[in-house]
Design a binder for this molecule. Structure first.
Ligand code: HPA
Length: 261
């Protein structure tokens, strides 16, 4: 099977964007784009969750490609927190300048209602899982202060301002899923400083830092978290609301990519 490097055929990689649940259309696939199923790229995952397409879209930009990853593999699928390790490692190896992650999330804050876009500024990992468990050598002890790259965060904030999208910022807490949280778990999350809860992103941030890839993340709030303001999330609701917010995310990311060198 061809590696990502083979598929790129010598063209450099610029920025990579992972599109989460219900957000595939953010890529706005165009006639000139190259679309490659993950199944045809060595080390990319096979996906099994509805709302996740499993395709890589390569879009020419200047002398390089921007890459959209339509869908991700989650730790809850097989208990493997390193499910995205191959793909993120390949992006880093091919010289990607940045990785922008997107995801759906539940909100624990009344002032961040469904439909909001939130830039993740930090995270809480209480899942007991870590994609680097089993790594050997000192590189596994990855520092996580400023894990979310300050330059990318600034650029995304600027992109939101320029496109007049109201973007919040907040702390995301990773629950392994796939069951949603209980109201008691959400009350705890709220108390310890989580603004958002979700089932992805955190392991990918850890992997990106492991591979030395600058990373940032945007969450789309699809619901109030369990027990808050009547919140009782379902996967259908997550997909539906994420799809509704996809246009705002598209505007922010298109502007970011247009401005990025
Ligand atoms: N919890 C966990 N993951 C989620 C949620 C939630 O409330 N909403 C969207 N993804």
């Amino acid at each position: 099977m061809k590696s990502l490097k083979d598929h790129l055929g010598g063209t450099k990689l610029r920025h990579a964007i992972v599109l989460g649940t219900g957000l595939s259309r953010v890529a706005q696939v165009q006639a000139d784009d190259r679309i490659i199923p993950y199944a045809e790229i060595a080390d990319f995952p096979l996906l099994h969750v509805s709302g996740h397409a499993g395709q890589l879209v390569l879009r020419r930009h200047g002398d390089g490609y921007d890459a959209f990853l339509l869908g991700r593999a989650h730790a809850y699928e097989k208990g493997d927190a390193a499910a995205m390790k191959g793909a993120i490692g390949a992006l880093a190896q091919c010289g990607a300048q940045s990785l922008i992650l997107t995801c759906a999330a539940g909100s624990t804050r009344a002032h961040i209602p469904p439909g909001s876009i939130v830039q993740i500024e930090d995270h809480i990992n209480f899942s007991g899982l870590n994609p680097l468990i089993g790594e050997t050598g000192d590189r596994r002890f990855v520092p996580m202060v400023d894990a979310y790259d300050a330059g990318l965060r600034h650029a995304l904030k600027q992109a939101a301002q320029a496109t007049q999208i109201d973007m919040h910022s907040g702390v995301y807490m990773w629950f392994s899923g796939p069951s949603f949280e209980t109201p008691a778990e959400i009350r705890m999350a709220q108390k310890i400083g989580a603004d958002l809860v979700g089932m992805s992103t955190v392991p990918e941030v850890i992997l990106a830092r492991f591979f030395g890839l600058p990373v940032a993340a945007l969450a789309i709030v699809t619901n109030f978290a369990a027990g808050l303001a009547g919140g009782n999330p379902t996967h259908d609701e997550t997909k539906r609301v994420a799809e509704q917010a996809a246009d705002d995310v598209t505007r922010v990311l298109s502007h970011f990519l247009a401005q990025a060198s």
